[in-house]
Structures are given as C-alpha cells and as structure tokens.
Design a protein around this ligand. Structure first.
Ligand SMILES: [Fe+2]
Ligand SMILES: [Fe+2]
Length: 351
C-alpha cells in the first residue's frame, strides 16, 4: 500500500489521520510528534494554538480506521486497566511474602512500551481520581509511562526507553515491604512512620538487586529515586554527579505524578501550580536538563484545556509562557486574560 506525505490545511485534518512531521510552536517546543494518530481533541487544540496546516501520511481508509482504534482513548483505557491490575498483582505477591515475578513485570513493561506514541492519553490518565489504597499501583504505572515520554523527549534510544519503563514501574516496589497501615494512612505520618516509609528505596533495591533480568543501572535508580541534585535527598544524600539518568528522570516523573494526583484526603494541585513548584525548585534541586525538557514539552498538552477562574468564569488556556508556566493566558469569550500580569484573576481549577 502506498503511503504519501501531504501538507493539508488544519480544517481538512480528520481524526484517524497520522502526522508525517513534528509540529513545533514559536518557542521551538514540540506540539505534536510525527507518526501520531490524531484524535478530535488534539486537532481542536492544534487549531486553537494557531496551527494552519500539517504534514499528514495519507493511507487507505481501512488502514486509517484500524490505526485510529489502536491509538484510541477507549483502547488505551482498556489496556491501562489491565496493566493496573497486573501492577496490583505484582505488588500483592510481594506483600504476601513472594518474590518479584519478572515475567509478569515484563508483560507490563511491554504493554507500556507499545504506547510510546500515546502521549495525549498518558497525560490524560494522570488526572484520574485514585483511592488511597490503590494509589501506589496507579502511581507506579503512571511514573512508568511518564519516564517513557521523558526518555523520548530526551531522544534516548529504545533500549534506554524500555529500561526507563521498567525502572519507573518498579521505582516504588519497596513500598510492598512497608506496613500497610503506614502506606495507606490517610493523615500525616509521625516522624517514625515517615522514617519507615523512607526505607522503601532500600527495600526496593534489595528486592531487585540480585535479579538477573534487572540491570545494575535500574537497581541503582530504584535505590536513588529520592536523592536530589544538591545532596538533600535520601537514603544516601548523594549529589547529582553520583546519580544516573534513569534516577533523575524518575525523580521528575515521580514528583509530577504525586503532585497532580487527586487523593481522597488531599485536593490535587492544578498542573500549572505543579509546573510552578517544579520550575522554582521547591522540591530541592532537580536535574535542569531533564526538568526543562519535561516542562517545555508537557505544558503544550494543556493548551486548549478548559479552566474555571476565581472570578467564576470559564475559559480556555491559549498560551503558556515558558518563563512563567503557572500563569497562562486564558481566553474567556472574546477576551484574553494574561493571568501572569493580573493581580486579581487566577486559575481555580481544571474542568
Ligand atoms: Fe518513592
Ligand atoms: Fe514514587
């Protein structure tokens, strides 16, 4: 079957079509990668950003519909639920005293890796409501997917990306050794409970270090995923020069997912608030290359999102300034409100 690349006006782009070239915005950030099957929402967002035309692979109609299904949100949701159940089983085997079942782990890794072009669905899935008891399973799967897309944005090869998927999935596996009453405690932990919780990095390392199918780099990333560039992290207080890239990527993915999570006892922060906290180093120092690559790319997914302002008005995010990511320009009706210069108007929540 012949596949040709053709530039077509955005108004003629339809769901199911596949991009043939990367589209950048004026700041040089990627709006959408090549070889991505488009859905209605993405096309609308690209229009709202001002994209006028795109390079599209033109394929036979039956091929388009098959591929549209493969990358559809419905299919993604179904597979996400299956992976989540497998992640839960992986943890529960260890909670009940068993070992890490590597074949089961590899099945999840393979399934996540197949979603390498599903960034839109991955970012959307992060916003799901999670119960306290199930939180660790959602979080492990989300961090695994986020590690993959950060690896892709850093242009790492597929071997490293697959390793990142595995490292992200297993980064908190040591929590299976933390007593459940501490792990699932809804309120604030006491000092001794927190000390026990912090041991999960070491517990995780002990669970994987002698496993032949888990590389030393992955095991080390699990041990060091709470270390910080300035040496303020745990358990070893290592500085950035002693941390491998997998560890640095997990740290960024981990913080983003934890901060955007809507847990039962804690109202989630809006992604913009999280961008601000991450950008201004509120978490100790994160690796600047990993952090900036992540923020510059991930923020573009929020363009076109509906938000409620503190004035009660509903608007759409139309522009995110890279020097002030938490305060975008919002369009309300025909008005444009730059929340970075307004002392009164701010974003209250995403709808
Ligand atoms: Fe952790
Ligand atoms: Fe984590």
């Amino acid at each position: 079957m012949a596949i040709v690349k053709k530039f077509i006006p955005i108004d003629e782009v339809k769901a199911g079509m596949k991009t043939a070239e990367v589209v950048f915005n004026n700041n040089g950030n990627v709006l959408i990668w090549e070889d991505v099957v488009l859905d209605e929402l993405t096309i609308e967002r690209l229009k709202s950003i001002g994209v006028r035309e795109m390079a599209i692979h033109i394929e036979q109609p039956q091929e388009i519909s098959r591929r549209a299904y493969v990358d559809s949100p419905e299919r993604f949701k179904l597979e996400y639920t299956l992976d989540l159940n497998k992640t839960k089983k992986m943890f529960q085997t260890i909670i009940s005293g068993g070992n890490l079942e590597i074949e089961e782990t590899d099945t999840i890794v393979e399934s996540v890796f197949q979603k390498v072009d599903s960034n839109r669905n991955i970012i959307d899935s992060i916003n799901q409501v999670r119960s306290i008891d199930e939180y660790t399973y959602y979080h492990s799967l989300n961090v695994s997917m986020l590690c993959m897309i950060i690896g892709k944005w850093l242009r790492l090869d597929s071997v490293h990306i697959k390793n990142l998927v595995k490292a992200g999935l297993l980064h908190d596996i040591g929590k299976a050794k933390v007593p459940l009453e501490i792990l699932n405690k809804p309120g604030k932990l006491t000092e001794s409970e927190f000390a026990e919780m912090k041991k999960h990095s070491e517990y995780g390392y002990l669970l994987v270090k002698n496993n032949g199918s888990i590389s030393t780099e992955i095991a080390r990333a699990i041990l060091t995923h709470h270390e910080k560039e300035d040496g303020s992290g745990y358990p070893l207080g290592l500085t950035g020069d002693k941390l491998n890239l997998y560890s640095k990527i997990i740290t960024v993915a981990d913080i983003f997912d934890a901060m955007t999570a809507n847990r039962v006892y804690k109202r989630k922060d809006t992604p913009f608030k999280v961008f601000e906290l991450m950008q201004h180093g509120s978490f100790g120092v994160l690796d600047p290359i990993v952090l900036n690559t992540f923020l510059n790319n991930v923020t573009t997914y929020y363009i076109g999102s509906q938000v409620r302002l503190n004035t009660g008005e509903i608007g759409i995010v139309v522009f995110i300034n890279s020097s002030n990511m938490s305060k975008p320009v919002v369009k309300v009706g025909e008005r444009y409100i730059d929340t970075s210069i307004s002392n009164i108007v701010r974003i209250e929540e995403f709808i």
